[in-house]
Design a protein around this ligand. Structure first.
Ligand code: XMP
Length: 326
């Protein structure tokens, strides 16, 4: 009888057997998988675990706080936060090509994560301890097809290759390896994690960096965060979170169109809504959201987000369109 309670107990036992009294490190991305993996390890070995959160400044509104405040409150985990917003913005300055953005974000993420690891390793050394394990939120489907996954998955291939100093070569702890996404969510609920984290829709590792079509700047991120928060709030208020697989909100930063607002002409940017329904993100269809919901989102975004004077709906299936615009 494979209940969530069994899964939790069994995994805690396994983690204790594997880790013993050694120290463990775990990266948090803001997503479900890394949060649940970390919470399981925390239950199993408590203060032997240190989590690392690299805040790249490309998360949505409230997500960094969900990790730094709510996740910590729910689990009592030791958290090391690396505030790297400036670093990512300067690395992305002037870059518009999507693949280039992805490479830069991935590269900087690994560097920032390693610097954080280095700091934690040194602190442990000073206490006469050594970090021996790295937690990965690998799921069963990742094991099978070994693709995609959330931000933290990027770290994996890196840590498996040689070339790293001896004290940075870790053994992997993968407590979600036998689980599917819905099982991971119920384990997360069982462990008392915040609903916003457990119910979070898929969100790409490069974050809002690939939802700004054009150069990523501080102002554009602020603008997109506001528009995205409105769209997500209205979708949730309409009770449609479960119907929609994910709803990227995209800023066409290099496109402008003429509008009329308040007392005059505007020349602003369009926001694209990309709600899709899907089983596995390999194929998708555009979600037939109710017109009154779309209308509410459009009115609120154009009224409340300065610089946006038009909201458009993406009605393309995948294929031919991908879910993300970049
Ligand atoms: P596409 O745009 O290829 O997206 O239809 C399929 C799914 O993957 C997510 N996605 C990513 N996830 N890093 C990730 O961790 C990425 O670089 C990335 N790109 C796309 C996307 O949100 C969708 O769920």
């Amino acid at each position: 009888n494979w209940t969530t309670g069994n899964i939790v107990d069994e995994q805690i036992g396994r983690i204790r057997d594997q880790v013993g009294d050694a120290r463990v490190i775990c990266g948090l991305s803001g997503g479900v998988d890394s949060a649940v993996a970390a919470a399981l390890v925390q239950r199993a070995v408590g203060d032997q675990l240190t989590c690392v959160f690299v805040d790249h400044g490309l998360l949505r509104e409230g997500e960094a706080e969900q990790v730094e405040r709510d996740f910590v409150a729910a689990t009592g985990v030791n958290l090391y936060v690396a505030n790297e917003q400036e670093r990512f913005l300067s690395a992305l300055a002037g870059v518009t090509d999507p693949e280039q953005k992805r490479k830069i974000i991935g590269r900087e993420f690994i560097r920032a994560f390693e610097e954080a690891e280095r700091a934690i390793i040194e602190k442990a050394k000073a206490e006469g301890e050594q970090i021996r394990f790295l937690v990965q939120g690998t799921l069963y489907p990742d094991v099978v097809e070994s693709g995609g996954g959330e931000g933290a998955a990027n770290i994996k291939s890196h840590h498996n290759v040689g070339g790293l100093p001896e004290d940075m070569r870790f053994e992997l702890v993968e407590p979600l390896r036998a689980l599917f996404k819905d099982e991971v969510r119920s384990v997360g609920r069982q462990l008392g994690l915040p609903a916003e984290i457990v119910g979070r829709q898929p969100f790409p590792g490069p974050g809002l960096g690939i939802r700004i079509i054009g150069e990523v700047t501080h102002e554009r991120l602020e603008l997109l965060r506001k528009a995205d928060a409105i769209a997500r709030h209205e979708l949730t208020a309409a009770g449609l979170d479960d119907e929609v697989w994910q709803m990227p909100v995209v800023l066409l930063a290099d496109v402008r169109s003429v509008g009329v607002q308040g007392d005059g002409r505007t020349y602003g940017h369009p926001i694209v809504l990309r709600p899709v329904s899907s089983e596995d993100a390999m194929t998708a269809d555009w979600s037939r959201l109710p017109f009154d919901l779309l209308s509410r989102i459009s009115n609120r975004i154009t009224n409340e987000v300065e610089g946006v004077n038009r909201v458009v709906l993406d009605v393309t299936s995948k294929p031919p369109g991908t879910i993300e615009w970049e």
